[in-house]
Design a protein around this ligand. Structure first.
Ligand code: TNX
Length: 543
């Protein structure tokens, strides 16, 4: 180990001194202390105080035949070409790469680095990024972007910038396997381009799971060929009553591919048995109620169908758990979804099913788990599903009730932690926020950062937690700009909680005062990327 985590503070202090001692900073120079620009903080980092400079002669070399590695090299070069204006060609190389180059190498498996870990060695002459897997190289590529001046993220060529990376070594790997973000596209619909943009932003902070909340009372957003009215009817509107939208299966696959190129796994969610009004309005037979109404002329009787819903109340809808057609419906939906989802998990929701009879909820969730497994996938559900018999490999996502988390653990399940009071990105920052709800908390940027998944609840420890996830519900979120305002700058803090071990080596604490300096250095990066962010007064933003 180059440096134990406990020494990070000493290091941070050293880098601060280094940064202060720099004379006459050029454009962006003050953002260049390596630690000060890195989120999430790497596990081990050692600076040697000199610099590698990217020039119009720099080339990128790939020291393997692996096409995925080549693709990562192309991705990285693409990210660096725009603002530098340098050609940065990507070439394969056997043996030594020439001086002045960036080299990507695939190494032998390494238990500590795993799939996503990497090491980076920067000397005055070369930047060497190596990892056992392409995913690790991709994560390391984000570190290289962050080590460069913030202007590297600009959408046009920037002159007068020294494109320097400070020399040193980094060895880095994630603390948690699942570092996710959920986007609710049901309450308000977001386009393919908006989703791709979010995936790019997630990738920059080394997230690896995109949880896609595809259905809810207000909208059904994924084309299901065997049940076409789901999108025709259920996808037609959204909160507030405006036109909704949905993804065709082709668009879904396009997003899955885009995510995969960023080493992000897509986990689709079909929320059930509650949160299903859009489906119930599309297919009357999925309702339990056989109530009939008289059609004014003639003797015909017609089943009463709930209308489309565009409000934001929850807990009033349920699929009929006692009808066979319900399970035929779920089987078709799960089959079509599973066929176009390479990731191992499907999310079945299961939350706030207040309209489902208690005696129906447990057999319902048990049957749905079986259906998902029969299509080759594992199950994730909101914490309420812990009240049923969890199948092996089913995971519970704790959002509201830690007791449910403990029930899941008692059944041998792992947890995804999304505590609403810390990780819900739809919670307002404070009482003056125009966007968001605040039923769980107001979540300022420091509060979003200062928690430890392994210490949050007595009885839920590191070994029970598979990962963490930020959730953006979209009752009040309508545009890309709204998404970004609620996501930034809280998501980088969550990303660090998921990736980095607690900064002072002690469990249960994170040092906000150290972190806020690094976050402040991301202000110019957000601006260069055109990200609309909440300029919290708690952060000493670099201008
Ligand atoms: C609770 S979190 C919900 C969502 C809402 C959210 C609003 C969860 C599993 N259910 O349906 O959108 O609160 O913050």
């Amino acid at each position: 180990m180059i440096l134990a985590r406990n020494f990070r503070f000493i290091l941070v202090a050293c880098f601060c001194v280094f940064a202060l001692s720099c004379q006459a900073p050029k454009k962006n120079e003050n953002q260049r202390s390596p630690i000060n620009s890195l989120i999430p903080l790497p596990q081990e980092i050692k600076s040697t105080g000199k610099a590698f400079e990217l020039t119009d002669k720099t080339a990128v070399y790939v020291a393997t035949e692996d096409e995925q590695v080549f693709a990562v090299a192309e991705y990285l070069a693409g990210k660096l070409r725009t603002a530098t204006g340098f050609p940065l060609p990507v070439n394969k190389v056997q043996g030594q790469a020439p001086e002045g180059s960036l080299v990507l190498t695939k190494t032998e498996p390494d238990a500590q680095l795993g799939e996503e870990g990497y090491s980076l060695e920067v000397t005055e002459s070369t930047v060497k990024l190596s990892a056992p897997a392409a995913a690790g190289l991709f994560r390391g590529a984000q570190t290289i972007r962050q080590l460069l001046p913030a202007a590297i993220e600009s959408a046009s060529v920037q002159n007068d910038v020294d494109w320097k990376i400070e020399t040193g070594t980094i060895r880095d790997f994630p603390n948690y396997a699942w570092r996710g973000m959920m986007l609710d596209v049901a309450r308000h619909f977001f386009s393919v381009e908006e989703v791709k943009r979010l995936l790019d932003e997630m990738a920059y902070y080394k997230l690896n799971v995109f949880h896609w909340h595809l259905s809810d009372d207000q909208g059904w957003r994924i084309e299901i060929k065997s049940w076409p009215k789901l999108t025709e009817v259920g996808g037609s509107t959204q909160v507030g009553g405006a036109k909704g939208g949905f993804y065709t299966q082709e668009q879904y696959k396009e997003i899955v591919k885009y995510a995969a190129e960023r080493y992000i796994t897509v986990i689709p969610e079909i929320d059930m048995p509650g949160h299903t009004n859009a489906a119930l309005a599309s297919y009357p037979e999925l309702n339990c109620s056989e109530q009939t109404i008289k059609i004014s002329q003639g003797n015909e009787m017609k089943r009463k169908v709930p209308g489309l819903y565009t409000g934001i109340e929850v807990g009033f809808s349920t699929l009929c758990a006692t009808k066979e057609v319900t399970y035929k419906f779920i089987d078709d939906v799960v089959r079509e979804l599973a066929e176009m989802t390479p990731g191992p998990y499907l999310h079945i929701g299961g939350d706030e099913s207040h309209a489902t009879k208690k005696e129906d909820y447990i057999p319902f969730v048990n049957k749905v788990q079986e259906i998902v497994i029969s299509h080759g996938k594992k199950v994730v559900g909101w914490d309420e599903i812990a009240n049923t018999t969890l199948k092996p490999n089913t995971m519970a996502q704790v959002w509201a009730d830690a007791q449910n988390g403990k029930k899941a653990i008692a059944q041998g399940a792992k947890l995804i932690l999304s505590p609403a009071s810390k990780s819900y990105l739809d919670m307002s920052y404070d009482s003056t926020s125009k966007l968001g709800l605040h039923w769980a908390a107001y979540i300022e940027v420091d509060s979003a950062y200062t928690w430890d998944p392994a210490k949050l609840v007595t009885g839920i420890g590191r070994e029970n937690v598979y990962g963490i996830e930020s959730a953006l519900w979209s009752e009040t979120i309508q545009t890309r700009s709204d998404i970004e305002y609620m996501t930034f700058p809280r998501l980088p803090g969550h990303a660090e909680i998921g990736w980095s071990a607690p900064a002072d080596g002690k469990e249960g604490s994170r040092n906000w005062n150290e972190y806020k300096i690094r976050l402040a250095n991301h202000g110019p990066r957000f601006k260069a990327m055109g990200i609309n962010f909440y300029p919290s007064k708690l952060v000493p933003w670099v201008q």
